[in-house]
Design a protein around this ligand. Structure first.
Ligand SMILES: O=C(O)c1ccccc1NCC(=O)[C@H](O)[C@H](O)COP(=O)(O)O
Length: 213
């Protein structure tokens, strides 16, 4: 089975072009100002303007209020909302209803017990993203280049599609897919040369490795 790939935190045309040319399935744009990968809505609109329709454009938000969602969604053509904060199932239902876009809820995982945190969301989210819990004191709730034990996902079924994230790199993604059984993976730090600076060669290498070289 082909593994789907999301390249998250794109901030410039070089990275977007590399993701498109290497046939990424998803590209992610961060709408969380403290992040070194954050983009203003106007910039995000420019970046997605010529992105092929078959690539899913993902907006990453952390506990967004309606004002932010409106500000972004009136300007940027997005296909999927990644919710990376402490959003409740009720808030997710309200966002889906109000904005008519599918949602991918992020579940932060440090150990097997954290997987149960996904259960309340199964009825309201279109997808799940299992990401590593941020280290103590981290400023960002994701994008920290931290991994978790992929084997806790082995054989698990969720009833909705899911992605694996957290500390993936061109060197470890094939192993992560093999162990976890993921059919979709998400990367940010692992394809950067510095926080917020994507590296086109690493993007190409990651996508190739995720799909078995
Ligand atoms: O990337 C950020 O700056 C960020 C900020 C706030 C919430 C989430 C953020 N990133 C999430 C991701 O890029 C991915 O979904 C995932 O966490 C993978 O990150 P990484 O470990 O850097 O590959």
């Amino acid at each position: 089975m082909t593994v789907e790939v999301k390249i998250c935190g794109i901030t410039d045309e070089d990275a977007m072009d590399a993701a498109i040319e290497a046939e990424a399935d998803y590209v992610g744009l961060v709408f969380f100002p403290p992040s070194p990968r954050a983009v203003a809505p106007e910039r995000a609109a420019e970046l997605v303007e010529f992105t092929p329709g078959e690539i899913t454009k993902v907006g990453l938000f952390v506990d967004p209020d309606d004002a932010l969602l409106e500000q972004v969604l009136t300007k940027v053509r997005l296909d999927l909302l990644q919710l990376h904060g402490a959003e409740t199932p009720e808030r997710i239902e309200a966002i889906r209803l109000e904005y008519g876009l599918p949602v991918m809820k992020v579940i932060s995982v440090a150990s097997a017990g954290d997987l149960a945190l996904a259960e309340p969301f199964l009825a309201v989210t279109d997808r799940l993203l299992f990401d590593a819990k941020p280290p103590k004191g981290a400023v960002l709730p994701g994008g920290n280049a931290v991994s978790f034990d992929w084997s806790i996902l082995t054989g698990r079924k969720w009833g909705v599609p899911w992605m694996l994230a957290g500390g993936l790199t061109p060197a470890n993604v094939a192993e992560a897919v093999r162990i976890s059984g993921a059919t979709a993976v998400d990367v940010s730090s692992g394809v950067e040369s510095a926080p917020g600076v994507k590296d086109a060669d690493k993007i190409r290498a990651f996508i190739k490795a995720a799909r078995g070289g």
